[in-house]
Design a protein around this ligand. Sequence first.
Ligand code: 5AD
Ligand code: SF4
Length: 442
Amino acid sequence: MADTKKLFIKTYGCQMNVYDSERMAEALGTQGYEETQTPDDADMILLNTCHIREKAAEKIYSELGRYKGLKAAKPDLKIGVAGCVAQAEGAEIVKRQPMVDLVVGPQSYHRLAEMEAKIRSGARALDTEFPPEDKFEHLASRPKAKRAPAAFLTVQEGCDKFCAFCVVPYTRGAEVSRPVQRIVDEAKDLVERGVRDITLLGQNVNAYHGSGPDGRDWTLAQLIWELDKVDGLERLRFTTSHPNDMGDDLIEAHGNCKKLMPYLHLPVQSGSNKILKRMNRSHTAESYLKLIERIRAARPDILMSGDFIVGFPEETEEDFQATLDLVEEVRYGYAYSFKYSTRPGTPAAERALVDPAVASERLQRLQALITRDQRAIQDDMIGRDLSVLVERPGRDPGQMVGKSEYLHAVHIENCDAAVGSLVPVTITGSGTNSLSAQRRPI
Ligand code: 5AD
Ligand code: SF4
């Protein structure tokens, strides 16, 4: 194409942003854009942003500052801000950075092509509405490009839980689930393009209640069983879940659905009931532990993953100790922990902060405990026979790299298997962030 333009997308934050960036690149592909890996030769730079913590949002402004020189040298360069900072700050972004041409919130990506045409004519485009339509339905895509073996698929968006610290209900809006058939069609399309492992995404994915082919609302478990029937799709995962939406049928699916991988990200945020109440989590440490017991009864080897916030307003040393106790009890294979960050507009924003030095020190202690368990669980994999989905060649000759059922990165030595194949292996070693393995004869 004579007038191919170059698009540089930089993605921040969660996996849903990764998925959205792919969709936006496809939509702009229909406008003659091809992706580039560097901002230097781009005709359009799009930042897909995250607003979950203050640091994440501030990064955007420093990143925009870095593009000033580029824009001065190339006045035709268009700069766009998408994602949750766009949603939360809207026109404020243009005020702080007048060189921004386009601001688009996560619910308006289907209008991106139209907005691109508008900015090409020299105008500014700003859209942060919550239209009552499925943006994915209207997002055009390119003809079937080959895909990597593991992919994300958004099935649900938004959140109605209103945890006291969280911006998601404001930036992503109310819970909306996509219809079953559209998800199944997208999964089949992904499989045709080489995908074997799909992670179903949603801010509150286990609250999924999309309309099924029978006209009723289906649960996430029903959706999973439907996807289980897709030939060529080998693995399913879902994230992120809320403890209160872990239905019996979903727990049962963890026990019986072979394609559903033994990995579950189930954030608890704190181990203190007082703090959980102040966070508006509507579950207790005990109900969470009981739930994990039931999940482990269904799938004993399931690897648990979680999120924690330390230094939430009013958190005492005793409250923090309850978090450490809960972590000791659960033994997480992965866990993400954050220092509380005040988000304007959320209920907790008005409350008195814990001393930042105390919060930092707690974060370090929690992370040390999590790392200990993570490492021990990884080391326990040595000697086990696992299955690895091969994703790419490794650094050493003959080495291939992929993921185990438990989402650990695995380096397979002397492996001639193709990308996208499932390889039976025996785990032989455990490093800082990955396992090593030998291929087993089939
Ligand atoms: N401060 C710190 N961490 C936060 N998270 C969400 N909001 C905040 C905040 N204001 C964390 C939670 C959530 C994860 C995605 O980010 O642990 O599960
Ligand atoms: Fe935010 Fe998750 Fe709570 Fe929803 S359930 S408000 S996304 S932390």
